[in-house]
Every structure is written in C-alpha cells, then in structure tokens.
Design a binder for this molecule. Structure first.
Ligand code: AMP
Ligand code: MG
Length: 318
C-alpha cells in the first residue's frame, strides 16, 4: 500500500470516509485514526500497529454532540471534567453506546472519549464527519510518535495517509485516562492533566493501582510500551559508570561522558523530549539510555510512568 503524505485535512478526511486509516497530529502525540463505526477500518489499525487485540482504543471527537453519540451516559463527574477541561489531553472512560462496535473497545462495555485541542486535529475531525478511534501512530511497543517522520518510520506502506503537521511538543505525552463510570473517578493512566488538576474539579479523584493478581482495569497497562531498541536504565544518583554507545537524558549534567546527551530545561521539557530522544538513540545505534528520575508529582508522575515502562520493556523486538 502506498502511504499518501498530505498537509490538507480535507484530503486526509477523504481516506477516512473511504474506510482507511490516517495518522494525524494532536497536542499529545500523533494518532492513527479510523471511523469509530467502521469495524473493518478499525481492524486496519490493529493490523498496521501490530496491536494486541485486547487493547482498547480512544475515540476522538470534534464537537460535544459526538460525545453523546458514543456513550450511553455522561456521569456527573464526567460532565464536570468536560466543562472544566475539554478540549484537552484528557480521556474519559464512560459506558459505551450500543451502536459503538466492540472492535473499538476491545470488547469492553466502556469507551474512552477525548476531544483533542489542536486546530489541525479539530479541523480534520470536522471534515471526517464522524468520531475517530485513534491509538498512538507507532508500531505497538515502540516509543510514541511526536513527529510525522516518526509515524513514517514505523507505518509507511501500512496505512493509507499521514496528515503532516508540526512536532507535537505542546504536550508530547499521551492523554490522562480517567475512569468516570464509578462515583469516585479513577486515573488509569497519568498524563499532563494531573491528579491535582482533576481533584480541583472532583475532590474524590484517585489514582488506580491494580492489586496483585487483579486484571488491570486498563488493559493497555499490561503491555510492553514506549521501548526504544536500546536498554533503558533509570538513574537517580548521577555518579555511575557507563558502557560504550550510551546516551543520557535528564535535568542535571551527568558526571560521565556519553555519545549523546540531552539536558532538559524542566520536567515539562523532559516529558516533551524523551520519545523523540529515544528514537534518535535508535538511529545512532545507542545500546543503553540512562534516564534521570524525577519526583513523581504533577507531570513528573506521567513521565516516570512512561520511563519505568520503557525500562521494564528491555530491548524491543518490533
Ligand atoms: P493508546 O491510544 O495507544 O495511547 O492507548 C489507549 C489506552 O487507553 C489503552 O491502552 C488503555 O489503557 C486506555 N483505554 C482506552 N479505552 C479504555 C477503556 N474503555 N477502559 C479502560 N482503559 C481504556
Ligand atoms: Mg500507544
């Protein structure tokens, strides 16, 4: 299959209308979209990404009316979050409407819904005239794509079209996912909308932690994620010995010499940069990436979540 590159949201939307899969930029990372009501198109996403089929997709909407078409109920906490934040890097998990196919939700009775913020994403969604399910536009397990070139690297020849926008540095991390089906909202995945932000709107909001032996509430949490080919090592003390072909990313200058170094201005900047840095390390055949740990609060919680899971993954195979 030839992957068409375009800067036109109108041209990209035509591919969606014909049942295709299209990558598009949002304020978080590039998503890979398909019509939420088209099971065949949804199948293409799983195939192109080599995504495990028990991993649900997030539905992206371009207006408030589309939320009602996707869910059977907007719970009181969800209503408050929508009013306070949407459009935002925030996904709300709600009971799904009957007409939403189970292909979109990996057979769950719930669906994650979000309204992205960037003008290009909203314009694209408007031309699609339907909500889109859109996971990150990378091969499963690889670092999420923050540039169209990263999408191209993983998915060229596997999807119909890439809508070319700029780098997604506004956030650079996937959305915060909050389960709003119960009385107290539960954060299933940390993101740039923080626990503190959410508690200002609904004080009962908590972070979900799976107890041992329990199936995780958010199926995606059990899969390997975000991994470059290099081994990822987390370090808090900057006096350590490094091997050949090593790279470093963090807030402080390390003591050792590295083949590649990125010093970030702030935790936010670190969160914007590290996916791209991981891919750059792969291009340069780096074998180990040392990542400085940060305090697990605010966006630091989301960053540490991604770094820990990239470190758990070990060397990626796909
Ligand atoms: P991705 O779009 O690849 O960043 O992944 C989306 C993630 O959102 C999934 O891996 C899940 O962890 C979470 N998610 C999406 N929909 C649901 C849902 N209905 N219930 C719980 N978690 C969800
Ligand atoms: Mg992903």
């Amino acid at each position: 299959m030839k992957t068409v590159l375009t800067k036109s949201p109108i041209e990209a939307a035509e591919f969606i209308k014909r049942g295709g899969a299209v990558a598009f930029p949002t304020e978080t990372v590039y998503g890979l979209g398909a019509n939420v009501f088209d099971e065949k198109a949804i199948g293409k996403i799983f195939e192109a990404k080599k995504r495990p089929n028990d991993n649900p997709l997030i539905a992206h909407v371009g207006n408030f009316g589309q939320i009602e078409a996707l869910v059977s109920e907007i719970t009181p906490s969800a209503q408050k979050f929508i009013e306070a934040f949407f459009p935002a890097p925030l996904t709300l998990v709600l009971p799904k409407a009957e007409r939403v196919p189970f292909a979109a939700t990996a057979h769950l009775e719930t669906i994650g819904v979000r309204m992205p913020k960037t003008a290009l994403a909203l314009e694209f969604l408007r031309h699609c005239e339907t909500p889109l399910v859109a996971p990150s536009a990378n091969l499963s397990g690889r670092p999420s794509p923050t540039t169209w070139q990263a999408v191209y690297e993983d998915l060229t020849g596997r999807i119909e079209c890439i809508l070319q926008g700029g780098e997604t540095t506004e956030i650079g991390l996937e959305s915060t996912v909050v389960d709003c089906t119960a009385n107290a909202p539960l954060i299933l995945r940390a993101g740039s909308i923080t626990l503190e932000d959410l508690q200002k709107i609904v004080p009962d909001t908590r972070i979900y932690r799976a107890s041992k032996n329990e199936q995780p509430k958010s199926p995606g949490l059990k899969h390997r994620h975000y991994s470059p080919r290099a081994r990822v090592v987390l370090v808090s003390d900057l006096r350590f010995r490094v091997s050949n072909r090593s790279a470093y990313i963090g807030l402080n200058e390390p003591c050792e010499k590295f083949d590649l170094i990125k010093i970030c201005r702030s935790v936010e900047d670190y969160a914007h940069q590290f996916f791209k840095f991981f891919r750059e390390c792969d291009h340069r055949h780096i074998r180990e990436i040392y990542c400085e740990t940060v305090e697990e609060k605010g966006i630091g919680l989301a960053l540490m979540d991604r770094l820990k899971r990239a470190a758990e993954g070990g060397a990626a195979s796909s």
